[in-house]
Design a protein around this ligand. Structure first.
Ligand code: DAH
Length: 341
């Protein structure tokens, strides 16, 4: 075979195998096989020495042309294969921004938290400041300063967890009244939500650990009318615009006079139903005019200042508002129950 024929054969073979190469690595092997230092083209060029001198320039040109033709195809094929690789990678890494997102579970507010926040919102709207007091409390703040002296029957009513004779778990958020008065800033309007403790048996309406919400205002010329107006507004905001309120005389050691407030049943509007046990009214809080002795014990002159206070059970509000019939559901933390709020 003449050199010319050999070159033609190499060119044809090289181009054909390059065009059928499926990826850049295979293509590189082909390059080495044809154009490498020990490649087929280099081998073939060694035949130049047998070419007659006058034909050498022509043959030299032919070798160059063959090399150039192979290189050109090589370059074209290389960029085509690289583009294919890039495209494949891009397709694999594509992000479909129109796909619906994955929803992460963010939980729900507990009905007790909802009730607390709702009551807070109403009082904040009337200019009250939210304060907190300690759950582990001195007997003084929980009883004594609230006009409940040693041996007072109210101490038995609220079965108390004592830590030692002076220190206890507070049985009522009324202890926060004393802390508020002791700050020495009069006038003031405060509310204090929080946990309270009594050694009660667990049932549908009792728990040894529940929550109360205390409110107190002290200023000049506060009267029972202020109490009624404020608490009526509270009831309307909590249970709706048609809510009626009723005050019944009661007794609390730290208020005089004292009352309990009922709201008209928001289920039946007062006609009487299963929800209000046929009464038409639902008891929701205790309240009264702060006892002069209580003001005095905390350093406030009862001749100059007066005030009213109220105490609400937050579980009771949550049960009523969300129509839950057993308080224990609030503490079991069953996700299926909590998800409804
Ligand atoms: N501390 C009372 C209780 O636990 C509730 C209460 C009644 C609070 C009347 C008050 C109030 O501030 O004025 O039963």
């Amino acid at each position: 075979m003449s050199l010319k024929e050999k070159l033609a054969q190499i060119q044809a073979e090289a181009i054909e195998s390059m065009l059928s190469a499926a990826d850049p690595d295979v293509l590189n092997d082909i390059r080495v096989r044809f154009l490498g230092k020990k490649g087929l083209l280099t081998e073939a060029s060694k035949g130049m020495k047998d070419v007659p001198a006058e034909e050498r320039p022509k043959m030299g040109q032919l070798v160059n042309d063959t090399k150039k033709a192979i290189e050109e195809t090589l370059e074209k094929r290389k960029s085509a294969l690289m583009a294919a690789v890039r495209e494949k990678k891009m397709a694999a890494e594509t992000i479909d921004v129109t796909m619906p997102g994955r929803k992460s579970a963010i939980g729900h507010r507990h009905p007790l938290t909802l009730a607390t926040e709702e009551v807070e919102r109403i009082f904040i709207g009337m200019g009250y400041e939210v304060i907190e007091g300690p759950e582990v409390e001195y007997d003084y703040y929980n009883f004594e300063a609230l006009n409940i002296p040693p041996n007072h029957p109210a101490k038995d009513e609220q079965d108390t967890f004592y830590i030692n004779p002076q220190i206890l778990l507070r049985t009522q958020t009324s202890s926060c009244q004393v802390h508020a008065m002791e700050r020495g800033k009069v006038p003031f309007k405060v509310v204090a939500p929080g946990r309270v403790f009594r050694s009660d048996e667990v049932d549908a309406t009792h728990s040894p650990n529940f929550h109360q919400f205390e409110g107190m205002i002290v200023d000049k010329d506060i009267t029972f009318s202020d109490l009624k107006g404020t608490l009526e507004q509270f009831a309307i905001e909590l249970f709706g615009p048609d809510t009626k309120v009723k005050f019944r005389p009661h007794h609390f050691p730290f208020t005089e006079p004292s009352a309990e407030m009922d709201v008209s049943c928001f289920k039946c509007g007062g006609k009487g139903c299963r929800f209000c046990k046929g009464e038409g009214w639902i008891e929701i809080l205790g309240c009264g005019m702060v006892h002069p002795k209580v003001l005095k014990m905390s350093g406030i002159d009862p001749d100059e200042y007066s005030g009213f206070a109220l105490g609400v059970g937050l579980e009771r509000i949550a049960l009523l508002k969300y129509e839950i019939d057993d308080m224990r559901l609030l503490y079991e933390n069953d996700i299926r129950f909590l998800k409804q709020f």
